[in-house]
Design a protein around this ligand. Structure first.
Ligand SMILES: Nc1ncnc2c1ncn2[C@@H]1O[C@H](COP(=O)(O)OP(=O)(O)OP(=O)(O)O)[C@@H](O)[C@H]1O
Length: 267
């Protein structure tokens, strides 16, 4: 763990579900909670086969930063981001994400909320192999109903932003792992989501490429007005976090403020 990180006890203050507006980013914006969980639990299955994956999570994640969920295999990291991103339903407790009480959404509402509010980055990129880079990056806009030429233009601008403006027409199989992850990041950002969840974004990459991807995610986090939540085992990338939530056996056991929290402005 980062030696310069500071620890704080896990708090359990009551949460509110006031909507978060998209006001311009200021230092005050950074103090708003993007995510508040209280006594959040998730049980897979029932009776003797039940698996208690989350056992009363208390966690606040601020808007305008990069937060990491870390801990041993099976401690519940992927389950937690899946609940936060509206992929899985909680079993009990409270979970407010971007002002939305996740327990109050029907399945179709949750699908729409996820489509509009969340971007996803996965360990293994999850790109469509027969679509070009720009077509892959345009998918969230197309799903939202944006016209094809406008969606492709938005995707091209985002690929340019992540340093891949010269590979718009490449298929995923023609790109390196780091380039594929940049396409995935462009796809995660193209529809301007307020929450970006990244599940082991550097695990399939060599060290140098992983650092470059984290620099890119750090830049995105520095833009403010959205929350990035990164699940990782990789202690070499802890230095990019503003906040590190240590998990063990379905609980958040410690919150640390990371080094990046002290860094002023973009890297
Ligand atoms: N669909 C499922 N059905 C039953 N149990 C599950 C399911 N998904 C996860 N689990 C269990 O829930 C617990 C938490 O799993 P989870 O994948 O969230 O952990 P993790 O910390 O992300 O692990 P890893 O770092 O290995 O990916 C584990 O005991 C796992 O076996």
């Amino acid at each position: 763990m980062n030696s310069a990180a500071t620890s704080a006890p896990v708090t359990s203050a009551p949460i509110t579900s006031a909507p978060i507006t998209s006001a311009p980013t200021t230092s005050a914006t950074k103090t708003l909670s993007a995510i508040s969980c209280r006594r959040l639990s998730k049980v897979y299955g029932a009776s003797e086969t039940a698996v208690h994956a989350l056992r009363g999570i208390d966690l606040d994640i601020p808007l305008g930063g990069l937060s990491m969920l870390v801990g041993p295999s099976g401690c519940g990291k992927t389950t937690l981001i899946s609940v936060l991103a509206g992929i899985l339903d909680k079993t009990a407790g409270d979970c407010v994400v971007l002002g939305q009480d996740m327990g109050n959404l029907s399945a179709p509402q949750k699908t729409r909320w996820r489509r509009d509010q969340v971007g996803f980055v996965f360990q293994s990129f999850h790109l469509m192999p027969t679509l070009t880079a720009v077509e892959n990056a345009a998918i969230p806009l197309l799903i939202q109903g944006v016209g094809r030429s406008k969606a492709l233009a938005g995707a091209a601008a985002m690929l340019n932003r992540v340093g891949l403006g010269h590979r718009l027409s490449s298929l995923p199989g023609e790109l390196s792992g780091g380039q594929q992850q940049r396409v995935a990041i462009a796809r995660a950002l193209v529809h301007s989501p307020r929450l970006v969840v990244c599940d082991e974004p550097t695990s399939a990459l060599d060290h140098e490429t992983g650092q470059q991807i984290m620099l890119l995610l750090r830049e995105v986090a520095n833009e403010g007005d959205r929350a990035l939540v990164v699940v990782t085992h990789d202690s070499r990338i802890f230095e990019y976090a503003d906040l590190i939530a240590q998990m063990d056996d379905g609980r958040v056991t410690e919150i640390r403020q990371g080094i990046a929290a002290a860094a002023p402005g973009p890297l």
